[in-house]
Design a binder for this molecule. Sequence first.
Ligand SMILES: *[C@@H]1O[C@H](CO)[C@@H](O)[C@H](O)[C@H]1NC(C)=O
Ligand SMILES: *[C@@H]1O[C@H](CO)[C@@H](O)[C@H](O)[C@H]1NC(C)=O
Ligand SMILES: *[C@@H]1O[C@H](CO)[C@@H](O)[C@H](O)[C@H]1NC(C)=O
Ligand SMILES: *[C@@H]1O[C@H](CO)[C@@H](O)[C@H](O)[C@H]1NC(C)=O
Ligand SMILES: *[C@@H]1O[C@H](CO)[C@@H](O)[C@H](O)[C@H]1NC(C)=O
Ligand SMILES: *[C@@H]1O[C@H](CO)[C@@H](O)[C@H](O)[C@H]1NC(C)=O
Ligand SMILES: CC(=O)N[C@H]1CO[C@H](CO)[C@@H](O)[C@@H]1O
Length: 269
Amino acid sequence: MHLGSQITWLLVTGGALTCAQSSSSSASSSSTSCALTSGDTQVLQYTWALSKFLNNFYSSVALNSSVASQVSNSTSASKVLANLQGIEHADNLTVEAVRELSSKAPNFKEPSCSYTYPSISNIHSFVQYAYQFESTLCGAFIGAAGYTKSPEVSFLLARLAAEHSSHAIYISSRLNSSMFMANSSSLIPAYAPTQVLMTGNVTGSLGSYLGGCVSAPSNPCGALKIGPLEANITSSVVAGSSSTPLGGSSSSSMSSSASASGSASARLH
Ligand SMILES: *[C@@H]1O[C@H](CO)[C@@H](O)[C@H](O)[C@H]1NC(C)=O
Ligand SMILES: *[C@@H]1O[C@H](CO)[C@@H](O)[C@H](O)[C@H]1NC(C)=O
Ligand SMILES: *[C@@H]1O[C@H](CO)[C@@H](O)[C@H](O)[C@H]1NC(C)=O
Ligand SMILES: *[C@@H]1O[C@H](CO)[C@@H](O)[C@H](O)[C@H]1NC(C)=O
Ligand SMILES: *[C@@H]1O[C@H](CO)[C@@H](O)[C@H](O)[C@H]1NC(C)=O
Ligand SMILES: *[C@@H]1O[C@H](CO)[C@@H](O)[C@H](O)[C@H]1NC(C)=O
Ligand SMILES: CC(=O)N[C@H]1CO[C@H](CO)[C@@H](O)[C@@H]1O
């Protein structure tokens, strides 16, 4: 593992951003308003709980060449294996990045989570869940970026969302699904924390798996609406009507057909 050097690179980039801000002419007032707040602590605890959930999901499946050959279909199995291992590694980096920034967050405490995982009967369902979870984390971190006070936390969330988006698209390409619709009226989905914490086997919700170990960060500025492109985030959703991502139409047939059965108590095997 080479977590150390890559995380340093990630944080040096973050550090450079901070330095650029604090060396501007309004340095003294901006540096105090840029400090992480207790609201940012809530966002980071939430982010940590979601990141660690996915990280443990991958490490519960031994990724080897026989798994890769079943996932590969037309692509070379060795490239698929390398990509899956790279995705698992990058997901480990996201947890480390959250952990490092959390040292600046007042009273940050790692949530103690006892996760539940869906029963995985075959490689195809592993791939489907990996896609569902990567897509959910992408939209969850876009949503969480609307709940921050400090630019550093938004900056981290932007990178995490982009990371998970790239993973979701790669994994989706292993499924026979439509990823991009010419008639879509929405940007990529964004999920509000309240929706993410709801139960149900749907893209956008992880409440069935998190065991209630984290609560939704409070929303500092009220409901968010982003432009005319139906990438809205609301601060609450109506229970039972949440299977449609708040960002609009779902990007694949798999996620839109997921049902809310949520029987997810079996360990991954
Ligand atoms: C590959 O990993 C899967 C589960 O992740 C396991 O069932 C299988 O036995 C492994 N195959 C080899 C050759 O190690
Ligand atoms: C990811 O981290 C887990 C421990 O949390 C470790 O077991 C696993 O080997 C790591 N995987 C990669 C690819 O770095
Ligand atoms: C992919 O899905 C289409 C229908 O959406 C189907 O006709 C085709 O056979 C599928 N291909 C594979 C390899 O499953
Ligand atoms: C978009 O097009 C697909 C087929 O290409 C269709 O199944 C779907 O219903 C359309 N969605 C909307 C919102 O028109
Ligand atoms: C997003 O907000 C606009 C403007 O308020 C509204 O017209 C639209 O229906 C909303 N879309 C969704 C998906 O909630
Ligand atoms: C959850 O949804 C996926 C994708 O639709 C499906 O393959 C899986 O069987 C569902 N799991 C449960 C426990 O309902
Ligand atoms: C992971 C995945 O989608 N694998 C598919 C590869 O293609 C075969 C059929 O050609 C499917 O049965 C697999 O599910």
